[in-house]
Write a protein that binds this ligand. Structure first.
Ligand code: C2E
Ligand code: MG
Ligand code: MG
Length: 741
């Protein structure tokens, strides 16, 4: 027996002496042994439970610290009192720096208010013991994480209440959710989409697929895309397509498919195979675009490319195409055709004065009239602006008969285009100039033919407009192409080949009052070239500015000379001004400079402007005219009556003269209406107190009519043609001689 056992037995005996009386000492010893064993067992149980406690505590710590969710305990006043490792790693801040920090400090700005409201409500409302919500938190480095928060309010007896938070990082889910949303939007795009499994059984289709094919998702789910087959492609085609997909993972092409209603339509199809991460094929994704519409668009594009939008007539490109065919067919059949180039006279004036909208209506009407008179097989095309081309085919094998037939058509065109046009602003008269060239398909170049017709048209314009001219080789030589003309004009300037001619302006008794300066080109080969043959070309470039300046200087020098001679000192000199020249910013200064250099009386200089020039920009015109009028320069309105002489602007312009256009004068005694126009112009000029002069006076009867109708001044061949200065001065001498006699 151990000492401890003995002493414990003695203790028991001393406390309980009856034991001695009842039990023998052996029994007592046994009892004590049993008791000792019991005690040892109790000890062992205690140790074991202690050990179990430690294990479970360790497990708790492991579970708490290394849990995949963050755990935070927050005191009632919002401070972090406890936080596990996961939560501190989620927030990216050391645990030591988190304890006693305010939790709201880590809530994203956008969610802070919400957090405070939630925290408050969970503390105040005992029914809200548990709460779930999503919240954006800010990490230590400033980056944001999306979290799911689970909040638990705990009130433990004798302790301050606290809030336990469980925190799960849901950033990845959020991102995936956004991507899914985008994918869903993309899936529901304008293109039809179809997703199949690896065996090409349809899994999903989008709304556009249904719109294009007519099949809903329910109708096609599990089916093969072959239900869309139209039968227009061969099996070989599909085999090739699948081979392409298997080899490259992609196929793209156009294909005929069939809609649910049986309609066959063209479709642009792409098919991509989709593999999983391991590389196994999982799906096919197809996009389909209905290109039926695009075919309509292609038609529209064709229409725009080959037809003139305004009139609907074939454009230059289509004309050239047809001309090429016509040449080939004419070459085969031996039948001659005719090419007519039609340009409207004075169209620019209509556009400038009545506006483009009215100009457009006129062009449409012209187109309609042309189409109405030619045969169905002939072509009427618009090249642009007021230029039309008519191509007559298969006329005759005889060139003379073909030309006669063409002439008959041009006569009809002249007649029909001369008929009045009813435009929005009233009735309007327009005339065409027509150039013709014939073709027989033998060694003829298209562009050359068109140029020939153009040259002939130009000749028609030159010869008085509203007429027809057939191209002949002589015309070709008389009019070189524009590029060559340009070079020639530059040489003309350098070599001083320009000359001013002077045409007398006089009273009915032949009393000279002045002259108009008219430019001539003394060409070393072509002889005297009229301004109509080069001024329009010079106006296309800045050459007109140099030429205009030369004319102005020469005219003012001439005035200076005239001032010094009593015979000519009262003469005025009219100078034509081009639009481009007048529109220069410093036009006024240029005129002033010439006047100052020559020191002449400015009132002797008369600048001739046309109506279309004035109307291009009335405000600018008025400013410049007034500036020059101030120093005495005079202005005459040239070719008056051909444009749209509107009283409204006429009264605003500081004009000193109106020139009745020769087109009206020519028709005195021929067309009554032109005589009325002349009388009206004279009456109007009188009431506005503007001087009036008639140009192109060729006959005595024209002069007499003008005199009877109170037009005091004339210019025309009846008095004198435009002549060189020597001849003009001789004319003055003769006049004085006549008077002295
Ligand atoms: P315009 O200013 O109307 O000049 C009148 C035209 O009529 C001149 O033609 C003149 O020779 C012609 N003419 C005069 N009387 C008669 C007649 O009785 N019968 C006929 N059939 N014709 C007559 P020209 O000289 O060929 O000039 C043509 C146009 O060229 C001028 O028309 C003018 O617009 C322009 N032009 C002439 N010289 C110049 C110039 O120096 N500068 C500018 N910018 N243009 C000029
Ligand atoms: Mg003139
Ligand atoms: Mg004129």
């Amino acid at each position: 027996m151990s000492n401890s056992l003995r002493s414990s037995a003695e203790q028991q005996l001393s406390r309980n002496p009856r034991l001695l009386a009842v039990h023998s000492s052996e029994e007592i010893l046994h009892e004590l042994k049993v008791h000792q064993i019991e005690l040892e067992m109790q000890n062992e149980a205690l140790r074991q439970s202690q050990e179990a406690l430690e294990i479970s505590r360790d497990r708790y710590i492991d579970m708490y610290e290394f849990s995949p969710v963050g755990k935070v305990t927050i005191s009632e006043d919002g401070l972090i009192s406890e936080i596990n490792l996961k939560a501190s790693s989620l927030l990216g801040v050391d645990r030591a720096n988190l304890v006693h920090k305010r939790f709201s400090h880590f809530v994203a700005k956008s969610d802070v208010d919400r957090w405070h409201r939630l925290f408050l409500s969970i503390k105040q409302d005992s029914t809200l013991k548990e709460q779930h919500f999503e919240m954006s938190l800010v990490r230590g480095d400033g980056s944001a994480i999306d979290t799911h928060l689970h909040c638990l309010y705990r009130q433990i007896e004798n302790e301050a209440p606290l809030v336990r938070l469980t925190l799960v990082d849901i950033s990845k889910f959020k991102k995936a959710e956004t991507e899914l949303r985008i994918a869903a939007i993309a899936f529901d795009s304008q293109e039809g989409m179809m997703i199949t499994d690896a065996n090409a059984a349809i899994l999903r289709v989008n709304a556009s697929f249904t719109k294009i094919t007519g099949y809903t998702e329910e109708e096609v789910k599990g089916k093969s895309p072959s239900i869309l087959r139209s039968g227009r492609q061969t099996n070989q085609f599909y085999e090739q397509m699948w081979r392409g997909i298997h080899q490259t993972g992609y196929w793209e092409g156009e294909i005929w498919n069939k809609r649910k209603n049986g309609e066959i339509y063209p479709e642009h199809l792409t098919i991509s195979s989709v593999n999983c991460r391991k590389g196994n094929l999982t799906n096919y994704v197809a996009t389909l675009t209905d290109i039926t519409l695009s075919s309509a668009a292609a038609e529209e594009i064709k229409r725009l490319a080959f037809f003139d939008q305004l009139t609907g007539l074939p454009n230059r490109q289509l004309l050239m195409d047809r001309l090429l065919q016509a040449l080939a067919s004419s070459g085969r059949s031996g039948k001659v055709g005719g090419l007519l180039f039609i340009d409207l006279d004075n169209f620019k004036t209509i556009n400038d004065t009545l506006g483009h909208a009215i100009g457009d209506i006129l062009l449409k009407k012209v187109a309609d009239r042309l189409v109405a008179i030619v045969r169905q097989d002939d072509t009427v095309a618009r090249l642009g602006g007021d230029e039309f081309v008519v191509m007559l085919e298969n006329l005759s094998e005889s060139p003379i008969e073909a030309a006669t037939l063409t002439e008959a058509v041009t006569a009809k065109i002249l007649d029909v285009l001369n008929k009045p046009y009813l435009l929005a602003t009233g009735e309007y008269h327009s005339t065409p100039s027509i150039g013709v060239t014939m073709f027989n398909g033998k060694e003829q170049v298209m562009e050359e033919l068109l140029k020939q017709a153009d040259i002939a048209m130009y000749q028609a314009k030159k010869e008085g407009k509203n007429t027809v001219r057939f191209f002949d080789q002589l015309m070709q030589t008389s009019i070189t192409d524009r590029a060559a003309l340009n070079v020639d004009l530059r040489i003309a300037l350098e070599k001083c080949q320009f000359k001013l001619y002077y045409q007398l302006q006089a009273t009915h008794t032949g009393q000279p009052v002045g002259a108009e300066a008219l430019i001539r080109w003394e060409h070393p080969v072509r002889g005297l070239v009229t301004p109509l043959d080069f001024i329009p070309y010079a106006e296309e470039s800045s050459l007109i500015l140099v030429i205009g300046q030369w004319v102005l200087e020469t005219a003012c020098n001439q005035l200076k000379i005239w001032e010094g001679d009593p015979l000519t000192c009262d003469l005025q000199l009219a100078v034509n001004v081009s639009s481009r020249q007048f529109r220069q910013r410093n036009f006024v200064e240029q005129v002033l400079a010439v006047l100052n250099a020559t020191v002449i009386d400015p009132s002797k200089l008369k600048l001739e402007l046309t109506e279309s020039l004035v109307l291009e920009n009335v405000d600018d015109t008025i400013i410049k005219m007034n500036a020059l009028k101030e120093i005495g320069v005079r202005f005459s309105m040239d070719d008056f009556g051909t444009g749209f002489s509107s009283l409204a602007y006429l009264t605003q312009l500081p004009l000193s003269q109106i020139k009745i256009d020769q087109a009206f004068v020519r028709n005195i005694g021929v067309r009554k209406s032109d005589a009325v126009v002349i009388q009206t112009i004279i009456g109007m000029a009188k009431s506005l107190e503007i001087e009036v002069i008639a140009e192109g006076v060729e006959t005595e009867s024209q002069r007499a009519f003008l005199e009877q109708n109170d037009c005091p001044l004339c210019q025309g061949y009846l008095f004198s043609k435009p002549v060189a200065i020597e001849e003009f001065e001789a004319l003055m001498m003769n006049d004085t001689d006549r008077k002295q006699r």
